[in-house]
Write a protein that binds this ligand. Sequence first.
Ligand code: AMP
Length: 212
Amino acid sequence: MNIALLGPQGCGKGTQAEKLEQEFGLVRVETGRILRQIGDSNQPNAEIIKKMMLEGKLVSDDILAEVIKNKLELQPGKGYVFDGTPRDLKQYEMLNRLLMSMGHKLDKIVFLNISEEESVVRLSNRRTCESCNKIYNLLTDKPPVPDTCECGGKLIQRDDDVPDAIRKRLEAYRDATLPVIAQARKEGILVEIDGSRTIEEVHKEIIEKLKL
Ligand code: AMP
């Protein structure tokens, strides 16, 4: 089964994608993390990717299509969880085309719904481990020792988890991603979930609704 997780920034897409990956062996395609890695490398597109991310803007469709195609080819799986894509209707069409060309299809879009106020609070308090990428929340899921992950790594705040970039990303979500959710609802493949509850409650409902 191939699914995409959508919702405002901080809705828990990453956390839920990771759980689905661990429990059901789906391959996680996290475009934000892949792009961040390329941005920090010396690959040809690194500079432009880094600039777009810092400004809270979306990278171009060409770059995105190439990144996703590479990932699918490198890691063939029994199913994929897309985390961070499709962000707009063009990406939705691109992803459908790409999957179809590889003999797959997008089965469901899971919409993790939280309010924009909740999104801002969650992102401002998000800290990520530099070493293992584990995510903490300073209000609800504090690290065992301040600024330090359980693995011993240093916790950092993402460059784009600052008020200006958060505001831009939420605007982009409202303008571009909400239409994808509306389209998926029209096509009958939308699964809507209240993302404001605990990680385990949300996870349980995803499993039930997807009949995994
Ligand atoms: P995320 O980690 O999903 O919040 O993504 C962080 C940043 O990576 C975004 O603000 C964009 O600059 C870039 N990005 C991630 N996914 C996409 C995508 N599907 N299309 C374009 N840009 C993306």
